[in-house]
Design a protein around this ligand. Structure first.
Ligand SMILES: Nc1ncnc2c1ncn2[C@@H]1O[C@H](COP(=O)(O)OP(=O)(O)OP(=O)(O)O)[C@@H](O)[C@H]1O
Ligand SMILES: [Mg+2]
Length: 166
């Protein structure tokens, strides 16, 4: 069994969550998938936006995609496929979109509600879980878990970058 590595951080504002996401983006290698889970309103889209902006897509970022399964961004440091599977009705809907190719080469895949697209083959993704902190409406506990070599290296870099700013 592969051993996992994980790291947690608590943020106290939307902006602070975006900072964590931007730092992660700064060390993100090509071919990586990020799976974002957590309840409605936990901050998955905020985190995704931070990663997308951190990869250099500052201007054209679209607000939380309401009825779009996948938004593609080609103008950043790496090509990005941002998927929101909340409204996915059948796993086959994803087949035609080519999302897996992004996680298998030069791109990055970011998935909100990954549990709804259980068939997606995304290598050894990084799992990011956002949870509300009881008693603090703007508190979020973010836990990032990696099992693959590239993901673990990314976690180490993120940890170091965060320590540097503390
Ligand atoms: N520390 C925080 N980090 C992120 N978002 C926060 C934080 N504190 C408050 N918020 C608020 O929580 C909300 C998060 O919304 P967001 O759309 O990112 O959630 P989501 O997990 O994508 O939900 P959905 O499943 O509906 O797509 C925003 O309104 C944001 O301002
Ligand atoms: Mg969302």
């Amino acid at each position: 069994m592969t051993q996992e590595a994980s790291w947690s951080v608590t943020t106290r504002s939307e902006a602070a969550t975006e900072v964590v996401a931007r730092r992660l983006a700064a060390s993100l290698p090509p071919g990586m998938a990020l799976l974002l889970s957590g309840d409605l309103g936990a901050g998955k889209s905020v985190f995704a936006r931070g990663v997308i902006r951190g990869l250099g897509v500052e201007e054209r970022y679209l607000p939380s995609p309401t009825f779009t399964l996948v938004n593609l961004y080609a103008e950043g440091r790496l090509p990005i496929a941002h998927c929101d599977l909340y409204r996915l009705e059948a796993p086959e809907e994803l087949d035609a979109l080519g999302v897996e190719e992004y996680a298998d080469g030069s791109g990055v895949v970011i998935v909100e509600w990954p549990e709804r697209g259980a068939d997606l083959r995304l290598g050894e993704p990084i799992r990011i879980r956002l949870e509300e902190v009881p008693g603090d409406s703007e508190g979020r506990c973010i836990t990032i878990t990696a099992s693959g070599k590239a993901g673990k290296a990314l976690l180490l870099q993120l940890r170091a970058a965060t320590a540097m700013h503390e």
